[in-house]
Design a protein around this ligand. Structure first.
Ligand code: UD1
Length: 416
């Protein structure tokens, strides 16, 4: 399936269960490499990036089995740290296998990681942090070789709270000899869940969720059962989809405690939000209020939901200013939204002004990356007539079945 077709103009109603988190499950799956034992990771989403991670784990010698409620990974037979195949080049989060493999095998060989085309996405912080722990890197044209005769703890300060670099330091630090102190760590909930899994396996980690993480490495680890939290970005996509298209919905199992800035933004846009242990109730206003929004590292507003707000505000009652501070190429949907009649002015490469219009018109548009693709689906829900969104495989990298979820909310969506 290459495209989805959406018949817009229908307000969303009903409830949808939120899938497991992509960004939480990938580093936990990478971490299963460290335990040399069997782990059961529940609530993994059935998305392309998780399937790619499973392929990588298998190619490294793990036995991996899908079960109805999760994935069993047995990493007892892993011997060598060479990753091969397209999966690495296509997936940014293969990068967290770097720290895990160095921790497990003392070496890692991989093609340079890919992922969504949303900026340059360098890996200098990962390399610099791991070098301080005794890792040597050899950069070849198409491959990166890493080896560590002896991985040791270190005091590391990240110049920016990179999520991926924090994950790599945690993964390597758990296997390193001695203490690792990481200052300037990312605060994202995905770091907390990775550390929770590793602690359940016997690792000693303090401070996850704060900017200073301390790890006492070299402990014996064992396998465990772990449940991946629900996906805050998927929940946010449907939340802003409801604000844009109108209606009222329940996001069952949405991780409300991880979504403070998202819920606050939704309220500023005029949405009525109510949380309960069941999930998040969302009621759209008659017209969306315009806002000023800046993305920021957690607990700020997540960059992964910026384009969804942009799409929703194309029909807001005034001028919305959006500033992207994390990635430099995250306005690639602007020209697609313009095909649907949106009025958006680029102030510079990091800032746009959205002037709300009366209506969007369905059109043929193209997803160019994961979150932008989901934002086009939101625009399709809001538009009059039919929208055909190409590049559907990008959306499948992070959404189990966006068509099924939106149909549960009463939308008319078909895969083609
Ligand atoms: C993760 C998420 C992604 C999310 C992002 C920010 C996963 C699989 N992906 O990506 O969905 O949008 O966090 O919340 O969890 N940077 C450098 N050098 C480095 C590393 C990063 O300059 O060595 C820059 C990046 O180019 C970017 C910024 O730092 O501008 C943030 O990147 P980072 O937090 O590392 O994001 P990812 O871990 O790639």
């Amino acid at each position: 399936m290459d495209s989805i077709r959406i018949q817009g103009g229908i307000a969303l109603q009903g409830k949808v269960r939120v899938q497991g988190s992509k960004n939480a499950s990938l580093p936990v799956l990478a971490a299963t490499l460290l335990v040399g034992d069997s782990s059961f990771i529940r609530n993994c989403p059935r998305i392309a990036d998780v399937h790619a991670m499973v392929c990588l784990l298998k190619s490294l010698g793990c036995t991996v089995r899908w079960q109805e409620t999760g994935i069993v990974v047995d990493s007892s037979q892993v011997r060598r740290g060479e990753m091969s195949g397209e999966a690495v080049a296509g997936m940014r989060s293969s990068l967290c296998l770097l720290g895990a493999l160095i921790g497990r095998c003392g070496e890692a060989v991989m093609e340079y990681p890919g992922g969504c085309v949303i900026g340059r996405r360098p890996i200098d912080m990962h390399l610099c942090a791991l070098e301080q722990m005794g890792v040597e890197f050899h950069r070849e044209t198409d491959k990166l070789r890493a080896c560590a005769a002896k991985l040791h703890g270190a005091c590391i300060r990240l110049p920016f709270p990179s999520v991926g670099a924090t994950e790599n330091v945690v993964l390597a630090g758990v296997m390193a000899e001695g203490e690792t102190v990481l200052e300037g760590a990312a605060l994202e909930p995905e770091i907390v869940s990775l550390c929770r899994y590793l602690s359940d396996c016997g690792a000693f980690i303090q401070g996850a969720g704060s900017s200073r993480i301390v790890i006492h490495g070299g402990r014996r680890l064992w396998g465990t059962e772990f449940c991946v939290p629900s996906d805050r970005i998927v929940a946010g996509t449907y939340l802003f989809g409801c604000l844009g298209a109108g209606g009222s919905i329940l996001l069952e199992g949405a991780p409300r405690e991880e979504m403070g800035a998202v819920l606050e933004t939704a309220e500023r846009m005029g949405g009525h939000i109510c949380t309960s242990p069941e999930g998040i109730y969302v009621q759209a206003p008659g017209t969306l209020r315009p806002i000023c929004l800046s993305t920021a590292p957690h607990p700020g507003f997540p960059t992964d939901l910026q384009s969804v707000v942009l799409a929703a505000e194309t029909r807001g009652a005034g001028c919305t200013c959006i500033e992207e501070t994390i990635f430099e190429n995250r306005f690639r949907i602007v020209e697609e939204l313009e095909k649907m009649g949106a009025c958006i002015r680029r102030r510079d490469s990091r800032r746009v002004v959205v002037q709300g219009v009366e209506k969007l018109q369905g059109a043929e548009v193209e997803a160019k990356e994961l979150r932008g693709g989901a934002a086009l689906a939101v625009a399709g829900l809001m538009a009059q007539g039919e929208t055909l969104i190409g590049g559907y495989p990008y959306i499948c990298r992070g959404y189990e079945n966006i068509g099924r979820d939106l149909r549960e909310l009463g939308a008319r969506v078909a895969s083609v």
